[in-house]
Ligand binder design. Structure first.
Ligand code: CIZ
Length: 321
């Protein structure tokens, strides 16, 4: 966080440049609080994709990760889309090399391909429909019962969808390095320390963690649970704590307890603010956002062929759920 004077100067500059550039600023729930407060729309990837599809602004500045900005670009091929740090990636998207995925799909002839939106445009282009954690269950329920279904790349989300829908999904073995790092032991210890608290868990977490939840769902769903809860409720939050900013705004008297995460030894992440923040999402900062608006850079560019091929599964995703 920059010192206070710098922070206020950056906030003023971002507000001014946003107007001058006629930019719409889209921010994911996992961004730092100042960026969420500056955004025109804050949401999960489905809500932000819908905003990107509807915008009339001259350009889009996306404070999220690369695959989300790609989705915005696919929906707006003629509009510049900027991402303050082009290296803001995603371990899930990295877990699906397109060539390996092509071979996997070919090995399951006749299967419908359902891809979590946390994937590259190349993988989306091989898919029948994209989903987010908000609508994955609804999308899978809508598929013909007589077709096998591949679900990629998150095996934990896939396992949750399988349990919710009763569909036998063919899972790609990917995972989110952050959500996989929450453990049942950590959550059980927090429950013991805060027996009145309700547990909110993201479906990208492993099943033993989900088994301890009062509510399992996307960030949007978890936020809705807080909005529907008692004003002075206690919540144990088992996802990226950026969402707590919106939870606090909705329920200022409630108590929110963050869950620590334990990175796997083979997947240590560097540069994260703390061990439960997403190191990729948090690459976007106020200083990078101001520079991005000032310089109209970095701009996200995509292969024109991929732009066309990845559009249909994304449009289907937006239409369902
Ligand atoms: O789909 C998203 O936006 C992510 C990454 C999490 C969620 O549940 O909102």
């Amino acid at each position: 966080m920059p010192p206070d004077d710098d922070r206020l100067r950056l906030i003023d500059e971002i507000r001014r440049l946003k107007r001058e550039r006629d930019a719409v600023l889209l921010a994911h729930y996992y961004q730092e609080a100042d960026i969420q407060d500056l955004a025109d729309h804050v949401g999960d990837s489905l809500q932000l994709a819908r905003q990107a599809a509807a915008t009339k602004a001259s350009c889009i500045v996306f404070c999220g990760v690369h695959f989300m900005a790609e989705t915005a670009k696919i929906l707006n091929p003629d509009r510049p889309v900027y991402l303050p740090d082009l290296d803001a990636g995603c371990s899930l998207a990295d877990d699906v090399p397109p060539d390996a995925f092509r071979a996997f799909v070919a090995a399951h002839p006749g299967a419908l391909v359902v891809t979590y939106v946390n994937s590259t445009a190349a993988v989306k282009a091989m898919s029948d429909v994209c989903v987010t954690s908000s609508n994955a269950v609804a999308v899978v329920r809508s598929l013909p019962a007589d077709r096998p279904v591949i679900f990629a790349p998150d095996r934990y989300l896939g396992d949750w969808v399988r349990r919710e829908t009763g569909r036998d999904l063919i899972l790609w073995p990917g995972s989110c390095e952050l959500h996989e790092a929450f453990t049942a032991e950590q959550v059980a210890a927090l429950k013991a320390a805060h027996p009145q608290a309700k547990v909110l868990v993201h479906p990208e977490c492993p099943q033993p963690v989900r088994a301890l939840a009062d509510v399992v769902g996307s960030t949007k769903r978890l936020l809705e649970a807080v909005q529907a809860g008692a004003p002075d409720a206690q919540w144990i939050v088992v996802t990226e704590p950026g969402i707590i900013h919106q939870m606090r705004r909705s329920a200022p008297r409630a108590t929110f307890i963050e869950t620590p995460a334990t990175p796997r030894p083979d997947r240590p992440w560097g540069g994260c603010v703390s061990c439960n923040t997403c190191p990729h999402m948090r690459r976007n900062t106020l200083a990078k956002l101001a520079a991005c608006l000032r310089n109209r850079s970095p701009e996200l560019r995509l292969d024109p062929d991929l732009l066309v091929k990845a559009r249909r599964p994304i449009e289907r995703m937006i239409a369902i759920g």
